[in-house]
Design a protein around this ligand. Structure first.
Ligand SMILES: NC(=O)c1ccc[n+]([C@@H]2O[C@H](COP(=O)([O-])OP(=O)(O)OC[C@H]3O[C@@H](n4cnc5c(N)ncnc54)[C@H](O)[C@@H]3O)[C@@H](O)[C@H]2O)c1
Length: 402
């Protein structure tokens, strides 16, 4: 296939950007869009000069697309995704891949059996700060990871949920801050650190009227033995976000991380011990003697005035590039995978642990227990049914409830 015939499903929000990115890719022809909103279909199909459908199934039946973006509310990702895969169409699913890990399992199995690609809209992985942090970890600069401290803190007023009701119901959104905002961060955590093995969490609603969570506090042990403390909330304006990843040879810190919504000029500091901690633990004699440590800032590629230096095996790129970032990188890698083989930069398989992690946090919070992964699919599906029908609600914390 030389030219991928492209469709976008769900277009009034981020779907419009997917139309733009598909149009921009020279190996793609944007041919159709679909949305249940008739006015939107009329307006956008005229604007893009493409076929418009009010039922995506008619678009699939017409046989005019090889690949689509799915930019609808969360609960439709799995349903529409399965229909597209069944029709032999590659899918670029906006985040999250699915609300439930059982749905994600089925999507990945279907794509594999049909030899089709799944790309997922976790574009934070393409940001320079994420890439640099991952590179520092993968190159062994901080050694074996022992500890992660990570927050995503922002503010959303009640009107955010009032505008789009789907964002505040279990049925549609599959969760609150976890599914909607922090899914990007949880994806980064799984990508950088690895899969979680055990999760113990609290999730609640402190300020908002909605049934889904606006505050989450989770403790996690990863498969590689690292411990993590995570907080996510939409209850604090101007939150100073923390990212700390500590290993036995050093520490990576983002002292005031932005929300990472865009590719920001983040400040990253790396501290490195003169000797690895297992050596210092046995060698240092004084009761409070501290290992020697050197701190250095890491310049992100593309921001430095002069050429950034080499830094413990991590060699940054020159300043000159003005590379596409974010969703455009994912779109390009998706199209490339369809035409040339291989996997998109965020494949369905690589985004699968993120859904499972979120399910584990919700299961732990609502059932009040430590969850060992893999998440029991039947148990989570049963819980999710209770949440979406209102039979079970988020716990209230009598002392802590506002
Ligand atoms: N990657 C990112 O940073 C990012 C940013 C924003 C949104 N998103 C994700 O994109 C998705 C859409 O979010 P949004 O903010 O654009 O939402 P939105 O509510 O603004 O738009 C959703 C669109 O889907 C349409 N739709 C609903 N049901 C449909 C159906 N059955 N068939 C076809 N169209 C249907 C709606 O009419 C609407 O036009 C969500 O999954 C969200 O999490 C990702």
């Amino acid at each position: 296939m030389d030219l991928v015939r492209y469709g976008v499903i769900g277009i009034s929000g981020i779907g419009n950007l997917h139309c733009r990115l598909a149009r921009k890719n020279t190996n793609t022809e944007l041919v159709a869009l679909a949305d249940i909103n008739t006015d939107v279909v009329k307006k956008k199909s005229a604007q893009w000069g493409v076929h418009g459908f009010t039922d995506y199934r008619d678009m699939l039946d017409a046989g005019i697309v090889d690949a689509v973006s799915i930019a609808t509310p969360h609960h439709l990702h799995a349903i529409i995704g399965q229909d597209c895969l069944e029709a032999g169409v590659h899918i670029f699913v906006e985040k999250p891949l699915a609300n439930r890990v059982s749905e994600a399992d089925a999507m990945i199995a279907k794509a594999k059996s049909r030899n089709l690609k799944i790309c997922v809209g976790h574009q934070y992985r393409t940001h320079r700060s994420s890439k640099v942090m991952k590179q520092l970890i993968d190159n062994g600069n901080i050694g074996k990871i022992m500890r992660v401290l990570w927050t995503w803190i922002e503010f959303r007023p009640e009107s955010y949920y009032a505008r789009d009701i789907w964002r505040c119901t279990w049925r549609h959104a599959g969760g609150g801050v976890l599914m909607n905002q922090a899914s990007h961060d949880l994806d980064l955590i799984c990508w950088m650190i690895g899969k979680p093995a055990q999760v113990s969490a609290f999730a609640g609603s402190q300020l908002h009227q909605a049934e889904i969570e606006d505050m989450v506090c989770a403790s996690v042990v990863f498969e590689n033995g690292a411990f993590g403390s995570l907080q996510f909330t939409v209850n604090q304006p101007k939150g100073y976000n923390i990212r700390q990843i500590a290993g036995d040879k050093g520490v990576i810190i983002m002292p005031d991380a932005q929300s990472l919504t865009g590719d920001q000029d983040e400040q990253i500091l790396v501290g490195r011990y003169k000797d690895p901690l297992p050596v210092s633990i046995s060698r240092l004699n004084g009761i409070a003697e501290q290992p020697e440590m050197i701190w250095q800032p890491v310049e992100l590629p593309g921001t430095a005035k002069k050429r950034p230096r080499k830094f413990w095996g991590w060699k940054s790129e020159k300043r000159v590039e003005k590379k596409p970032r974010g969703l455009s990188v994912l779109m390009n890698s998706f199209i490339d995978a369809i035409i040339n083989g291989g996997e998109p930069e965020v494949s369905g398989k690589s985004a699968h642990p993120t859904v499972e992690f979120i399910n584990a946090i919700i299961l732990s919070s609502v059932r009040g227990k430590t969850v060992t992964l893999p998440v029991d699919r039947d148990e989570y599906d049963a819980l999710f049914d209770e949440l979406r029908t209102g039979k079970t609600k988020l716990p209230t914390y009598s002392e802590g409830r506002f």
